[in-house]
Write a protein that binds this ligand. Structure first.
Ligand code: HEM
Ligand SMILES: *[C@@H]1O[C@H](CO)[C@@H](O)[C@H](O)[C@H]1NC(C)=O
Ligand SMILES: *[C@@H]1O[C@H](CO)[C@@H](O)[C@H](O)[C@H]1NC(C)=O
Ligand SMILES: *[C@@H]1O[C@H](CO)[C@@H](O)[C@H](O)[C@H]1NC(C)=O
Ligand SMILES: *[C@@H]1O[C@H](CO)[C@@H](O)[C@H](O)[C@H]1NC(C)=O
Length: 212
């Protein structure tokens, strides 16, 4: 058998390696079902309550290597879905909800949804930045996000190594992602009995660490 015949069947295994799996953030101790893109260090992790009945909240962690921006689509695609864009500004994390009907820098989105940081899961170290937050009233019934009853859902991810033009401003325009895609999450794997305890760790506006 030629070497090339031997290697080709191995290629699909590379994408399998990016299937979301359980990851515990050492600094917060919170466990997320997490997608990590080994090519650029982008990550997005999700934790949900064990009892999903009537739930509209989740805890998420988002980050990357370096000092650029990361984004996630709670509904899969970029257009007409609820997006979250975040980036570091020195030692602080900056984040906002976004939404757009056209390809281009998405406008800040307003609604009853809120983000509240979890302090020990929000940090910048020598290699990565990490933002961990409670997203309240973020699971919507209007088609812009995944639904509480879903057993699996596609999330969109977007990444740029470059920071936004005005990184102290959560409403800053952003330049287009250099890398983006969609990834399917098993939502059952995101359910955690400790969710109700972790949720109480979210404290509004730790000013030195978070700007929105
Ligand atoms: C100036 C800013 C932006 C521009 C011009 C832009 C443009 C585009 C375009 C044209 C695509 C289709 C794929 C392609 O042709 O490359 C796309 C996909 C995507 N974008 Fe953006 N984008 C911007 C910012 C953002 C932001 C801030 C987010 C998230 C917070 C985001 C999330 C996504 C996602 C998740 C996809 C993949 C969705 C899919 O497969 O349908 N984008 N974007
Ligand atoms: C993170 O902070 C919460 C309180 O805000 C604390 O209970 C928890 O033990 C901390 N996690 C770790 C790993 O120290
Ligand atoms: C799940 O939550 C719902 C709504 O709060 C409640 O009615 C139900 O009893 C809970 N189920 C369990 C097994 O705790
Ligand atoms: C920085 O934080 C990231 C994300 O939590 C972690 O994977 C990485 O190992 C940390 N790097 C260092 C040098 O501690
Ligand atoms: C739940 O939290 C407790 C108390 O912090 C901890 O001992 C336990 O390991 C956690 N379980 C999981 C599955 O995270």
């Amino acid at each position: 058998m030629k070497l090339s015949n031997f290697l080709l069947p191995l290629l699909p295994a590379l994408s399998v390696a990016q299937t979301p799996s359980l990851y515990t953030d050492a600094k917060s101790g919170i466990t997320f079902n997490t997608f990590i893109n080994p090519a650029n260090g982008f990550f997005f992790g999700l934790a949900l309550p064990a009892n999903g009945t009537g739930n509209t909240d989740f805890i998420a962690t988002i980050g990357a290597k370096g000092t650029g921006w990361s984004g996630v689509s709670l509904g899969g695609g970029m257009l007409n879905k609820l997006l979250i864009a975040a980036w570091p500004n020195a030692q602080a994390l900056v984040s906002s909800f976004r939404k757009t009907a056209q390809y281009g820098s998405p406008a800040v989105a307003t609604g009853t949804f809120t983000q509240t940081p979890i302090a020990n899961g929000t940090y910048v170290n020598s290699t990565h930045w990490t933002y961990t937050f409670l997203c309240s009233k973020c699971i919507l019934a209007d088609g812009t996000t995944f639904k509480t009853a879903d057993t699996s859902a596609s999330f969109g991810w977007a990444f740029n190594t470059a920071a936004p033009s005005s990184k102290a401003n959560a409403a800053s325009t952003v330049t287009k992602h250099t890398d983006e895609g969609q990834v399917k999450f098993d939502l059952a794997l995101a359910k955690q009995a400790n969710f109700t305890m972790w949720k109480t760790w979210a404290v509004p506006k730790v000013a030195s660490k978070f700007m929105a």
